[in-house]
Design a protein around this ligand. Structure first.
Ligand code: ZN
Length: 317
């Protein structure tokens, strides 16, 4: 097993077992993960379950003949199989990839070789290029939508274009009113570094509105400690909107010429970067004041999120 995967597993164990010792806001705390098991599995409703290690989460849907798994985070790894066994003896027949990132699907090879693996076609292209044994290439792909209707259950898979990355899909269970969208919204937490490593910041922002168009009650984010709901998506939308406005205003609050006089004009990178970092500092301070106590992890990732938004404002918007 790759070193990085072991590191993630250790992080997940710590996340799952030590969260109540920290001074995080209540909103970023989730259920306790049973220490002996290292994972928690719970029914959301109507035979749709979520499984979590306190850092990553995935879902599975039980139908009359089998189980449809959505994502396979390697931090949960073999415990995905244990979680399914806790609930049913039915076999896993389908695996849906939300997107191609290893940290969400790197345990895919643990499932039987003959299952159907469903993903958006961009995800297939990326995985063919990666040629990674841990992430088998999808056996069934779609461009925009795919309806998985099976044994009285229904999953709607929708692609609304690039956001976090190419191929990242919305997974919707209409009967359960559950929406899964990974690496965009982090219920109770500031986004992971650089807006969850967003490849397209305008589309990352727009994904919030697309999510809110679905008729859902429970939101599954892929991270972090707990399930989300509509309010979490609204809060995340308010955060990124505030982030954009605050960064925009911060550019006007730092005088470029004044900053350039400190560095001189000869070293162009130093001249620009010094100015840019001052803008990031101003915006980070303001955002920290406004969001403290509302989201977890501000001290860790807020500045990186500000940096990403300021960069995006310079090139995308
Ligand atoms: Zn990702």
């Amino acid at each position: 097993m790759k070193k990085i995967t072991l590191l993630l597993i250790a992080m997940a164990m710590i996340a799952g077992n030590a969260q109540h010792n920290s001074n995080l806001p209540e909103t970023s705390k989730g259920p306790n993960i049973p220490y002996d098991k290292g994972y928690l599995v719970e029914e959301i409703n109507n035979d749709l379950y979520w499984v979590t290690d306190g850092l990553y989460n995935a879902i599975f849907l039980v139908y009359d003949q089998g189980v449809v798994m959505v994502d396979a985070p390697p931090t949960i790894g073999e415990n995905l199989l244990a979680a399914i066994k806790d609930v049913t003896n039915k076999p896993v027949t389908h695996l849906v990839y939300t997107h191609s990132h290893t940290d969400h699907i790197g345990a895919a090879a643990l499932f039987p070789k003959d299952i159907e693996i469903i993903a958006q076609e961009e995800t297939k292209k990326i995985l063919e290029a990666r040629n990674d044994d841990r992430r088998p290439v999808p056996t069934l792909t779609f461009e925009k939508n795919y309806e998985l209707k099976i044994g009285g259950q229904h999953l709607q898979l929708d692609y609304h274009g690039k956001n976090h990355m190419d191929g990242n899909i919305f997974v919707y269970a209409p009967k359960q009113k559950v929406l899964m969208l990974v690496d965009i919204i982090f219920p109770g937490w500031v986004p992971f570094k650089n807006l969850g490593i967003a490849e397209d910041v305008p589309a990352y922002m727009k994904a919030h509105d697309i999510a809110l168009d679905y008729d859902f009650e429970t939101f599954v984010a892929g991270h972090v400690t707990r399930l989300g709901n509509r309010e979490d998506v609204e809060v995340s939308k308010a955060f990124v909107t505030d982030l954009k406005n605050t960064c925009q205003q911060a550019f006007g609050k730092v005088d470029f010429m004044e900053s350039a006089q400190e560095t001189g004009f000869e070293d162009k990178w130093m001249m620009y970067n010094t100015y840019f970092e001052k803008v990031v500092d101003v915006a980070t301070k303001e955002m920290h004041g406004k969001w403290m106590g509302k989201l977890g992890g501000l001290d860790t990732y807020l500045r990186d999120d500000v940096w990403k938004m300021c960069e995006s404002l310079s090139v995308d918007f």
